[in-house]
Design a protein around this ligand. Structure first.
Ligand SMILES: C[S@@+](CC[C@H](N)C(=O)[O-])C[C@H]1O[C@@H](n2cnc3c(N)ncnc32)[C@H](O)[C@@H]1O
Length: 333
């Protein structure tokens, strides 16, 4: 007699179906391809698109069948859901393209505790900048707080493709900006784009690590450390804190690098947990699972705020985006 393991009955509202899994994956690929063709920018700008090749017809048709576009004659327009998807396409790019190499490695590594992140850096950078651009009022709040102060130098630690410093340079015209990121290729591409846009005198980008270590990083020698008055970091502190000695240790390291710091702007994904994926806001479970796979800790709001208070920083503004993405503007208490 063979023992038959009974199938566990589990049909709580909100469980994924096989259809969600397969069609969601295909829809994600179509969304990213349409983004690479500039379709979402055109559509969100209020124009329609007209495919000109067989491949474009197929993608447009797939996006219609997913409910994101509607066809009128030869042209395609956004639906309400399509508007939402187009605005949030950065999340799709990060998950579908940016983090895919990490998830792929699960198959060959069942015996390991963790798998080091293997990302597509350009895709992560572009996706993150698109995520940030969805909420211009957050940039405006940061820009206002910098512009209201005596002009100084703002550094973005882990700046990726410089999307954030570029947006802020427009809002705080007297401020100078620095960006540092560990991905040399991303920094090189961003540097030539800044030159093309005539922004090289306002924004300087450097390649290197911003993790405080015993020895200061080489890039710091090229920086006027005394001039830096605002230090920003978005969606990196959780990782540096996890690899190092926690949130306060990283912030203390940055305070040592920049003795005249008057402001911190810290954006990060906070830890929210629930047993089922669908009990959390979308992207939150993916964010949590991706970090669990790579062994990078996520931190709670309480842990961030405790570290800020311990180091003598008070919260000036707290700006929430999509529940778990939080930007905090801090000034010396
Ligand atoms: C999740 S992305 C966030 C990008 C950007 N700050 C944003 O929010 O739009 C993390 C960024 O940190 C960079 N990074 C990772 N480790 C780093 C380190 N030790 N030093 C500097 N940059 C690092 C990555 O290359 C990537 O651009």
């Amino acid at each position: 007699m063979t023992a038959v393991t009974p199938l566990v009955q589990h049909s709580a509202i909100g469980d994924f179906t096989i259809r969600d899994v397969i069609e969601g994956q295909t829809a994600g690929q179509l969304i990213v391809a349409a983004d690479d063709w500039g379709w979402w920018v055109t559509l969100l700008g209020g124009d329609s698109i007209a495919p000109t090749t067989g491949i474009q017809d197929t993608v447009a048709d797939g996006l219609v069948r997913a409910g994101f576009l509607i066809r009128r004659g030869r042209r395609y327009h956004l639906t309400h859901t399509g508007h939402d998807v187009g605005k949030n396409r950065g999340f799709v790019r990060v998950a579908v393209r940016g983090w895919e190499p990490t998830f792929r490695q699960l198959s060959a590594n069942p015996h390991r505790e963790y798998i080091p992140a293997a990302t597509e850096p350009d895709e992560v950078a572009r996706g993150c900048t698109d995520i940030a651009r969805r909420r211009p009022e957050i940039f405006e709040a940061i820009g206002r707080s910098i512009a209201a102060d005596i002009p100084g130098c703002t550094i973005d630690l882990g700046c990726a493709d410089a999307g954030r410093v570029t947006a802020l340079a427009g809002l705080a015209p007297e401020e100078s900006f620095l960006g540092v990121d560990i991905e040399d290729g991303v920094i090189q591409t961003a540097t030539s784009e800044l030159a093309d846009r005539g922004l090289s005198d306002r924004i300087t980008l450097l390649a290197g690590s911003v993790q405080p270590e015993d020895e200061p990083p080489a890039w710091l020698a090229a920086v006027d450390r005394e001039a830096v008055t605002t230090a920003m970091s978005f969606f990196l502190l959780h990782q540096l804190a996890s690899d190092g000695d926690g949130i306060a240790a990283v912030l203390r390291g940055w305070m040592d690098w920049f003795p005249n710091l008057r402001r911190f702007v810290i954006g990060d994904g906070y830890l929210l947990e629930a047993p089922n994926w669908t009990q959390q806001p979308w992207f939150s479970p993916t964010y949590e699972i991706y970090h669990a796979v790579t062994g990078v800790r996520l931190w709670t709001r309480h842990e961030y705020e405790q570290a800020f208070a311990d180091l003598g920083w008070s919260v000036e503004r707290r700006l929430e985006d999509h529940t778990m993405l939080v930007t905090t503007i801090l000034e010396r208490a």
